[in-house]
Design a protein around this ligand. Structure first.
Ligand code: AMP
Ligand code: FE
Ligand code: FE
Ligand code: ZN
Length: 289
């Protein structure tokens, strides 16, 4: 059972990488993909937990990308962690995410008692729990939501998104993301492969057009997430056909975020043959216990 797309406290998940590995094992997974948003900061801790957790680790990252002025997500797997352009991507996006979170909190400050300091502390404390030093967390709207929850302004991340943080909210602001084709080129030249994440998810506004998927396939996209909780049965059927038409591998995942979302590990999975093909096309290895 392979679940190739999950999040830890290195970004907006609520389990630290070590606990995520253990939870993956408890859920019966044989391979787990760690794909935090725009960071590989969780790879080391997850690798160190391999033998104790007893499942294999597929190292990845969910990159923010831009298509026609909107932000979408691209799963990047098994690329060299020392690649200059990808390291630069992480730095530039982290900075933009932080500035953007600050600006969203400023706007929200007009209608609620919430400070940037609180949001930052919530994010930092979660990401460094149980560690000597705190590495910087990738800031996202879920951290703003968490601060609202601790303040008692809302009951859950979900409520925070519905009332204040959604893409159509007056408080919403985007962050910087590079063009999709460039990101694919960077990952491939760093020895990795890319999978388009939840292309029909409408939580961020617009669903991706088929013509866009074709263009991405032409520049070397490896696969596409078909099986995902934010896809309707009709989306799944249409995406499965799209995958066949453009020769893209069919992926499925939980997109697990710990307690931050109702998604549970292994609720959707990817076929072993697909993951084997992915690995065969990458320069880095899956880490085994
Ligand atoms: P951001 O990366 O700051 O644009 O925030 C988007 C992230 O928020 C996504 O990756 C999801 O993890 C999370 N998210 C979006 N909608 C919800 C929701 N309704 N409840 C919980 N988390 C959400
Ligand atoms: Fe997320
Ligand atoms: Fe995503
Ligand atoms: Zn995700």
């Amino acid at each position: 059972m392979i679940d190739p797309h999950t999040h830890s406290t290195a970004s907006d998940g609520t389990l630290c990488p070590r606990d995520l590995m253990k939870a993956g094992s408890a859920a019966g997974l044989t391979i787990i993909g760690l794909t935090d948003h725009d960071t590989i900061a969780g790879w080391e801790e997850a690798s160190a937990a391999l033998s104790c957790a007893g499942l294999a680790l597929l190292r990845g990252m969910e990159m923010s990308i831009q298509i026609e002025g909107e932000v979408y997500h691209l799963l990047a797997y098994l690329f060299s962690p020392s690649d200059e352009r990808l390291r630069n991507h992480c730095e530039v996006v982290a900075r933009s995410r932080r500035e953007r979170a600050q600006r969203i909190v400023e706007r929200l400050g007009e209608v609620m008692d919430l400070s940037w300091h609180e949001v930052y502390e919530v994010a930092r404390t979660k990401s460094s729990r149980g560690k000597e030093t705190s590495s910087d967390v990738i800031l996202g709207r879920p951290h703003i939501a968490d601060a609202m929850v601790s303040r008692g302004i809302v009951a859950s991340r979900r409520e925070a998104f519905e009332r204040y943080l959604g893409a159509h909210s007056p408080y919403y602001l985007p962050h910087y993301a590079p063009p999709a084709c460039e990101a694919i080129e960077w990952v491939r030249s760093a020895g990795g492969q890319c999978v388009l994440a939840h292309p029909r998810s409408r939580t961020r506004g617009r669903a991706l057009k088929d013509a866009t998927v074709r263009e991405l396939a032409e520049v070397g996209l490896f696969g596409i997430e078909v099986d995902h909780r934010e896809h309707s049965p009709r989306d799944v059927a249409e995406l499965a056909l799209l995958a066949e038409r453009f020769h893209l591998a069919r992926f499925g995942s939980s997109d697990y975020h710990g307690a931050g979302k109702p998604n549970h590990l292994g609720e959707r999975t990817t076929a072993p043959a697909v993951v084997e093909l992915l690995i065969a096309n990458c320069q880095m290895e899956v880490l085994r216990p």
